[in-house]
Write a protein that binds this ligand. Structure first.
Ligand code: BTN
Length: 242
């Protein structure tokens, strides 16, 4: 049985797992609602909203057919946990932002280590629109800000438990662990807001056509097809981009 640890405050749940990776087992996780040094993708930081958000990290160990695609598979797992806990339907901005009504609700940061992977998930639960405005995050949102309903005092705990079920050894992610992204690709593409839109990436722009089985965004550019795997991708119509 995997462990789920609660911490009243932590610097970063990802860091906490990284520092203990040798002692932690597959599926072990930690969560908090107060994270003082949250880490984001591409070297950014992740805003702390004490008592209003979930900061969760899970350790994954053992064989995985395609580690590089974990961020995409994880976004589907988080999407399912949000659906089961709160009945909300999110979309995915490639590779792994979860959007609610076109704004960012969830960020995911997967960090690979020699003896495991730490998958960190930040979910905005009950911050107000004013909180995001003051934080300089006009394209971020929370469940409360979008639905008009506070998800309640136990939301972080409930969601952490649902996430741990998704990532548990032998759980729903098992198909991905064994076979990679291919069996999940149809579902991922159906949820991906990039597809059919103009995207701008480091090195070009064009129409996002699909996601391939290696998790790359397939973009039709003026100079031919390009497959994007890293970096920031801006999507027309999302986060205020044209
Ligand atoms: C992003 O930049 O979109 C990814 C943000 C990931 C934030 C989460 S919060 C829980 C875990 N701990 C961290 O320090 N970062 C991740």
């Amino acid at each position: 049985m995997s462990e789920l640890v609660y911490l009243a405050q932590v610097d970063s749940t990802n860091l906490w797992c990284r520092q203990r990776i040798a002692q932690l087992s597959d599926g072990d996780a930690v969560y908090s609602s107060c994270q003082t040094k949250g880490r984001g993708r591409l070297g950014r930081s992740w805003e702390n909203a004490p008592g209003s958000a979930l900061y969760y990290s899970v350790v994954l160990k053992g064989d995985m057919a395609d580690r590089a695609c974990l961020p995409l598979a994880a976004s589907l797992a988080v999407q399912q946990a949000l659906r089961s806990c709160f009945g909300i339907e999110t979309a995915i901005k490639w590779p792994n932002d979860l959007l609610l009504n076109g704004k960012k609700l969830v960020g995911i940061l997967c960090e690979g280590l020699p003896d495991g992977i730490v998958c960190g998930i930040g979910v905005n639960l009950s911050q107000t629109a004013e909180f995001f405005r003051l934080a300089g995050l006009p394209y971020a949102t929370s469940i409360a800000a979008e639905t008009g309903r506070d998800p309640g005092p136990h939301a972080a705990e409930q969601l952490a438990q649902a996430l741990s079920r998704e990532f548990a050894p032998g759980g729903p992610l098992e198909v991905f662990r064994q076979w990679g992204l291919s069996p999940l690709l149809e579902k991922y593409q159906a949820a991906c807001v990039n597809l059919g839109r103009t995207v701008t990436f480091d090195g070009g722009s064009g129409l996002a056509r699909s996601v391939d089985s290696e998790g790359r965004l397939v973009v039709e550019t003026a100079g031919g097809e390009q497959r994007v795997f890293t970096g920031e991708v801006h999507v027309g119509g999302i986060y205020g981009k044209l």
